[in-house]
Each structure stands twice: as structure tokens, then as C-alpha cells.
Design a protein around this ligand. Structure first.
Ligand code: NAD
Ligand code: ZN
Length: 357
């Protein structure tokens, strides 16, 4: 078992990572609550809900099951959960538990942030990607005009990460989570990056997996502690995301996972970094790693102009100027404003390059 403390402006919270942690949730609660409502989705419900409920035997426990998928992070479901919380009589001394991936974590956190002006919540992540979403206190739901547009900064009371639950993830979801871990390595740690280049993500020991999650969370935690509200260095966590958001939105959500799109976005950010700063980055090793792990590459159905248009609506771009996170070297991220002409030329080349891989 590994633990880590994260500081936030509201309160500090502990992250516990280990095998079988879901069976120890009761012990890890730092105080007693009048009632608890577990929020999960219909896939995780059949796998892990019973285990978690059984550990909370002596408590008044309610559950709320969402359908799975990104589309469920909606205002409609947000309102339904609030209604259930009121009907179940949750008071200000009640707790919400998010049992699931980033979707469940984000919507539960936003309900917790606003129910009776804020009640406690804890994250019990069940995806690799959720090592990222469960730490840092960003909680949100989607608006039909854009992802995560309605939200808050509201940290959990604790994060309880049971790595055994990650065994049932599909390979695509494993790839999705590992793209965020490798992103964290790119922005801060060459040795960690080289270690990751050697691994096949469908074939990891528990020890490797928990080490990688721990390191990824440590990198994220250090950054969010220094810049909780994303006024400067928290932006660096968006390496690869300017293009990936455009890819996801152009392909239609669900075609490839978020992290698979990020993995492609990172190659593009590395290419642009090499040109801008006249440096060499380990792009070939990274592409080899992506191939070994079956990441998708083909973007040939996407049009450069449409991607550029979408990149302009990225939260980082100001006055329609696209800003990307680039690397001056491994572990030295920075942000750069880039012209449309330059990006159009590079993106055309990049889409051709991807086709040839
Ligand atoms: N708040 C943040 O800082 C932050 C950061 C990154 C991402 N996010 C958000 O996270 C979301 C993506 O999270 P995600 O990738 O975890 O997606 P997700 O929650 O949709 O989970 C992916 C799929 O895996 C299934 N699943 C979850 N756990 C499983 C398990 N243990 N075994 C088998 N199947 C399982 C789910 O039912 C779902 O179908 C996005 O909405 C994104 O905006 C938030
Ligand atoms: Zn991401």
C-alpha cells in the first residue's frame, strides 16, 4: 500500500493506492457521516458495488447508478442525483462516494460541491485514467456546447485507489489511462519516461502498476499544489490535449478514447517542439512504444481546417490564437502561441506522417 498527501486551499487529502483497497473504505473514512450515497455506473455496479457496500455495513448507505459513458456527465443526471440526495434525506453531514472512472468522479464531485452548498465526497477510482481525474479537485459536467463547461474546484476528502479493479478494464481503457501517465513523465521525469518506454501495458505486475500510478499522481499533485486554479504551470498537464480535444470532437466522442487521442496529440506537440526549439526529442522511441501497445494512429478522415478551427476553441487559446504546451526538453514544458499558418502546414505534414506509421 502506498499513500500520498495532497494540499489544497480548502483542505489536505490523502490518496491511498493498493490491492484490495475497496474492502477497506470504512477504515479510511476520517469521520462518521449521517448517511452515505455511492454513485457509480452500470458497468462498475455489477463488478464492484457490492464489495464497497459490504464494507460500509454499519452505515446508512444509498446508491445511485448512472448509465456508463461520457454523455452521462450531463445536467440532466446532475439534477437527478440531487433529487435522489434530497429524497434520501442527505444532510450537510452526509458523504458522497464516487465509485468509477472520470465520468462518475467528475459528476459526483460537482454534485458534492453544490449540494447544500457543499458536502464531503471521496473518490474510489476504477480506471487508470482516473489517477488523473480524481486528483486536483477539478469537478464538472458537460454542456451540450462543450465538455466540462460547468464545474468547480472542489477537492475530495480522500482518494481510495484499489488497483485490483483495474484488471477488468478493456485494453483501450488501459491505453487511455497510460497516455496520461506517459504525459506526466514527458513533462517532468526522463528516468520515468524511459522506464515506461519499456513496458507493455496489458502485461504489468501489480507492483509496476501501483508504482506508475503513484508516480503519475505525485507529478500531478506537485503541479496542482503549486497552481491549483490553473493560472500558470497547471496548464502543462495539457500536453497533447490541444490537438486531442479537436480530434475527439471531430471524430465524435467514443470513437477513440480520450487518452488514445492524447497519445497522438503528444506526438504532434513533440514535433512542434523540435521545430520551434531546434532540439531532438525521443519521438521514435515514443512511437515504438505506442505501436507495441496498439495505440491507434490513423487520422486520415480528419480535415486540417476543421481541426484548426476546433483547436481555437480550446480553453487555453486567447483571442483565437492557438496556444500549445511544448517541451524545451524532457521535463521542461512551456506554453507557446502559434500562428494558424504554421500549424496548418505542420498538421498537414503530421496527418501524412501518421498514415505512414
Ligand atoms: N477532473 C479532472 O481533472 C479530469 C481529468 C481528466 C479527465 N477527466 C474526465 O474524466 C472522464 C474520462 O474518465 P475515464 O476515462 O475514467 O472514463 P469513464 O468514467 O467513462 O470510464 C470508461 C469506461 O470504463 C468503464 N469502467 C470503469 N471502470 C471499470 C473497471 N474497473 N472495469 C471495467 N470497466 C470499467 C466505464 O463504465 C466506462 O464505460 C472524462 O469525462 C474527462 O473529462 C477529468
Ligand atoms: Zn486528459
Amino acid at each position: 500500500m502506498k499513500t500520498l498527501k495532497v494540499k489544497s486551499s480548502l483542505h489536505d487529502y490523502k490518496i491511498t493506492i493498493g490491492s484490495g483497497m475497496r474492502f477497506h473504505t470504512q477504515k479510511l473514512l476520517s469521520k462518521s457521516y449521517t448517511s452515505i450515497m455511492i454513485i457509480t455506473d452500470d458497468v462498475i455496479e455489477s463488478l464492484y458495488l457490492k464489495d464497497l457496500k459490504n464494507t460500509l455495513k454499519d452505515q446508512k448507505v444509498f446508491t445511485y447508478v448512472l448509465p456508463n459513458g461520457e454523455a452521462e456527465k450531463s445536467i440532466d443526471n446532475y439534477y437527478k442525483i440531487q433529487t435522489k440526495a434530497i429524497e434520501n434525506g442527505l444532510d450537510r453531514n452526509s458523504l458522497l462516494i464516487a465509485l468509477g472512472g472520470g465520468v462518475v468522479g467528475d459528476i459526483t464531485g460537482f454534485v458534492a460541491a453544490t449540494y447544500m452548498r457543499g458536502i464531503d465526497f471521496i473518490q474510489v477510482p476504477t480506471t487508470i485514467l482516473a489517477h488523473d481525474s480524481s486528483v486536483g479537485g477539478k469537478v464538472a459536467i458537460n454542456h451540450e456546447l462543450g465538455k466540462n463547461l460547468i464545474g468547480a474546484f472542489y477537492p475530495p476528502q480522500a482518494v481510495i485507489y484499489d488497483i485490483d479493479t483495474l484488471k477488468t478494464l478493456s485494453d483501450a481503457e488501459k491505453r487511455s489511462g497510460y497516455a496520461e501517465i506517459i504525459k506526466e513523465a514527458f513533462i517532468s521525469d526522463l528516468a520515468f519516461l524511459n522506464e515506461l518506454f519499456s513496458i507493455n501495458i496489458t502485461n504489468l505486475t501489480n507492483e509496476q502498476l501501483s508504482n506508475h500510478l503513484y508516480k503519475g499522481i505525485q507529478i500531478k499533485a506537485e503541479i496542482v499544489e503549486a497552481d491549483e486554479k490553473e493560472s500558470n504551470i497547471r496548464k502543462h498537464l495539457n500536453l497533447g490535449h490541444t490537438l486531442s480535444h479537436a480530434i475527439e470532437s471531430e471524430l465524435g466522442y467514443g470513437k477513440i478514447t480520450h487518452g488514445e487521442a492524447v497519445a497522438i496529440g503528444i506526438i504532434f506537440a513533440l514535433r512542434i517542439s523540435e521545430i520551434k526549439y531546434n532540439i531532438d526529442l525521443p519521438i521514435n522511441s515514443y512511437i515504438d512504444w505506442m505501436k507495441m501497445n496498439n495505440y491507434p494512429f490513423d487520422l486520415s478522415e480528419l480535415k486540417t481546417e476543421k481541426l484548426i478551427h476546433k483547436m481555437k476553441s480550446d480553453k487555453k487559446s486567447k483571442n483565437q490564437v492557438i496556444q500549445m504546451v511544448l517541451l524545451k526538453e524532457i521535463g521542461k514544458p512551456t506554453t507557446e502561441d502559434l500562428s494558424d499558418d504554421f500549424l496548418t502546414e505542420q498538421l498537414n505534414k503530421f496527418i501524412k506522417e501518421l498514415k505512414s506509421l
